[in-house]
Design a protein around this ligand. Structure first.
Ligand SMILES: [Zn+2]
Length: 207
């Protein structure tokens, strides 16, 4: 039997088009890669696609932010905050959980963290109140902290964010430091190589 032709034939059926569109919304994935991934999943065993769907569901369903430092966790507190051997007198302030992981990989740091979840970017509508800065100040009022390492990224937004926090630290009398120069400027901490980042941490300077 010959199919009835519709007036505007849709070449890519809706479920396929939809997944291509969803993939295209991810950073670094253009329409070509999105199509390739979609057709790969179409051909693959059902378990692969179902496993991926389940993992995505669990990611949003189970992962939350640590009540203390805003690192990602599945409990009330993150593994770092729950580790009693960590130095409780130092807080390293980072923009994203990925920066925290980069610093952990160096093995050069044994203190606590505070994750801001972004940086100041007025042009994108990101202001102080969108970051976990008030939460940091609240911690400094209740926890016995000697030093805050402002480990925001070595780029314009990161520097602006560090400066903004520094203004809040001065009245509290908390010692503030910044990672040593030498990190590739304009880049993100998460891309810095382990040795360079470790050295920047060891050679941190007073602000
Ligand atoms: Zn934590």
């Amino acid at each position: 039997m010959r199919p009835a032709y519709s007036e505007r034939p849709q070449l890519v059926v809706e479920p396929v088009a939809r997944l291509i569109e969803e993939f295209s919304r991810l950073p670094g994935i253009g329409p070509k890669t999105a199509s390739r991934l979609t057709f790969f999943l179409l051909r693959a065993e059902p378990e692969l696609a179902h496993g991926l769907a389940q993992a995505l569901h669990d990611l949003k369903d189970q992962v939350r932010l640590c009540q203390r430092c805003f690192n990602i966790t599945v409990e009330e507190f993150c593994p770092i905050c729950l580790e009693p051997s960590r130095d409780q007198s130092v807080i390293c302030v980072v923009e994203e959980p990925l920066d925290l992981l980069a610093i952990e990989r160096t093995g050069a740091y044994r203190g606590l963290y505070h994750v801001l979840h972004g940086h100041i970017a007025p042009l994108d509508g990101v202001y102080r109140e969108h970051l976990k800065i008030d939460e940091l100040i609240a911690r400094l009022r209740t926890e016995a902290v000697d030093e805050v390492i402002l480990a925001t990224n070595p780029n314009t937004e990161g520097e602006a964010t560090a400066y903004l926090i520094l203004k809040d630290l001065v009245p509290l009398g908390v010692r503030a430091t910044r990672l040593a120069r030498g990190l590739p400027t304009g880049g993100d901490l998460e891309w810095a190589d382990i040795d360079t980042l470790g050295a920047a941490l060891e050679g941190r300077r007073e602000l």
